[in-house]
Design a protein around this ligand. Structure first.
Ligand code: ATP
Length: 253
């Protein structure tokens, strides 16, 4: 499949994506024939019942997992069969990821974890980049915690460290799996505002998995998955409308 001119401006794209786990009678089809493009500067929420394939889709789009069918592009690069080394470099430069399990390095303190993307890229942040990190850390309320290790932090604080780390290098594309899941409503709103700013003020593309209709109502676009397929793709809508749709999906299941 060739990239069409109409696809320019897509930061990531999947076409005819399938993901199957296991073989034979025990096989699970986590994704089936999913085609989706993420646009530059767009804040997309990905919703759907538990087990509908949201995390699998994000992992594959971020180049962290490989599909069993279909193709995957990061920018204009087809990463479907890209060797690991090249994929790692591309991902490091262009993608930030907030995992459900945070994946913080236990031996590094908060600042060490947030600065890790620079470290892994073998470079020191510029003055401007350091200012971005300082502003993020302050906004996320981590300023007093910079010398603490992950085990000394609450779940919500660890989640905020993971968010600061994903945004530290201002990557083109940020995937966030339930980034507000452990946060109180005020901190959750701040995180959503930071993600919305990243897309609006800095043209970054954000893809966020969430179960929370209020969180999804902050997004420009909402993609709903059910049983491994996209069942709805809509522009920004209200939390009430999203909640009603989610309920109807659960009733239909
Ligand atoms: N490593 C794996 N081995 C086998 N099956 C898997 C694996 N990872 C995911 N699955 C299955 O694939 C399907 C999709 O899982 P996925 O984690 O993408 O769903 P999800 O929509 O993110 O769910 P949740 O909202 O509960 O996090 C599920 O049926 C799950 O059991």
């Amino acid at each position: 499949m060739e990239i069409q001119p109409s696809d320019l401006g897509l930061v990531a794209r999947v076409a005819g994506l399938g993901k199957r786990y296991g073989t034979g009678a025990g096989a699970v089809a986590a994704l089936e024939n999913v085609s989706l493009g993420l646009r530059r500067g767009e804040f997309t929420a990905i919703m759907g019942p538990s087990g509908s394939g949201k995390s699998t889709l994000m992992h594959i789009m971020a180049g962290l997992d490989s599909p069993t069918a279909g193709r995957v592009w990061l920018g204009d690069t087809d990463i479907t069969h890209l060797p690991d080394g090249a994929l790692t470099v591309l991902r490091r430069r262009r993608v930030g990821f907030v995992f459900q399990a945070f994946n913080l390095v236990p031996t590094l303190d908060v600042l060490g974890n947030v600065m890790l993307p620079f470290e892994l890229d073998g470079r020191r942040p510029s003055g401007e980049e350091r200012a971005v990190v300082d502003a993020l850390v302050e906004r996320l309320g981590l300023g007093e915690r910079l010398r603490h290790r992950p085990h000394e932090l609450s779940g919500g604080q660890q989640q905020r460290v993971a968010i600061a780390r994903a945004l530290a290098t201002r990557p083109d594309l940020v995937f966030a799996d339930e980034p507000t899941g452990n946060l109180d409503s005020r901190t959750g709103r701040e995180v959503l505002a930071i993600l919305a700013d990243a897309s609006r003020a800095h043209g970054q593309s954000i893809a966020m998995v969430t179960h929370d209709p209020i969180a999804a109502s902050h997004a420009d676009r909402i993609v709903f998955l059910a049983d491994g397929r996209i069942v709805r793709d809509t522009q920004r809508t209200s939390a009430e409308e999203i909640a009603t749709y989610m309920l109807s999906m659960e009733r239909a299941a």
